[in-house]
Design a protein around this ligand. Structure first.
Ligand SMILES: Nc1nc2c(ncn2[C@@H]2O[C@H](COP(=O)(O)OP(=O)(O)O)[C@@H](O)[C@H]2O)c(=O)[nH]1
Ligand SMILES: [Mg+2]
Length: 218
């Protein structure tokens, strides 16, 4: 049997019986992961689920899709058939057609009757080491997710690189930072992520969730 991801999804308050009902009703866990190429999406999926990009299968749903297309479900049957990934590259300035395509996909998924066919969460990946000001179109997009009621987490990838950047600014000797300087850099990175979270909250409304991640650990 493939490794089962449901136990980790179940709140501790969920009784075993209810759990079984849920599993029966929802046989797939669908994550939509969004982020620019190179932001660290594949690395993240590998770390969290042991998901292997190379071994993953893609069911091409749309004509002419050579590259990652959000409509194409991706799964790694060597690990877990229940986990389905929908991968979308991020948006560069003015790429309104990409935004539109993602919106259409999300609308379509939201309109599906069965729980398995719906999206269960969205991971919107942003490189912590390269946060750019959010554009109006992007902000509207975030509001769109919120209105759909799909759990959305802003994942700040490459958190180690952000700490490194802070350390390079703080340390007197970059090659031999002191413990105090390291601590200051970690605090500065934390403050920075909180600042961006607040910006997002001001732009889109309360309840913005962020999670910093690093392939190296913090
Ligand atoms: N420093 C650092 N590099 C990372 C991290 N996550 C990914 N990378 C690197 O970023 C590059 C792109 O990662 P990948 O997961 O392929 O990005 P994707 O295109 O979004 O799937 C690779 O060289 C990774 O090793 C991280 O947390 N820290
Ligand atoms: Mg990738």
């Amino acid at each position: 049997m493939p490794e089962n991801i449901y136990p980790s999804m179940a709140a501790s308050s969920m009784e075993e019986g209810e759990m079984g009902d849920y599993e029966h009703e929802c046989r797939k866990f669908r994550i939509c992961i969004i982020g620019k190429a190179g932001v660290g999406k594949s690395t993240l999926l590998g770390k969290v689920f042991g998901f292997n990009d190379e071994k993953a299968k893609v069911r091409h749903k749309q004509e002419g899709s050579g590259m990652h297309n959000i409509w194409d479900p991706i799964w790694d049957e060597t690990r877990n058939n229940a986990l389905i990934i929908h991968d979308s590259r991020g948006f560069e300035a003015g790429e309104s057609d990409t935004l539109q395509r993602v919106k259409e996909f999300i609308d379509w998924r939201s309109s599906q009757n069965t729980l398995s066919e719906q999206l269960h969460c969205i991971w919107y990946c942003i490189s912590a080491a390269d946060v750019r000001p959010f554009q109006a179109a992007e902000i509207n997009f975030f509001k769109f997710f919120q209105d759909k009621g799909i759990p959305l987490i802003y994942v700040f990838t490459k958190y180690d690189a952000l700490i490194r950047e802070e350390l390079d600014e703080i340390a007197v000797d970059e090659d031999n930072p002191t413990r105090w300087e390291r601590e200051q850099a970690r605090q500065a990175a934390k403050n920075y992520v909180e600042k961006v979270r607040t910006q997002l909250e001001n732009a889109t409304g309360n309840g913005v969730k962020v999670q910093e991640v690093s392939k190296k650990g913090k």
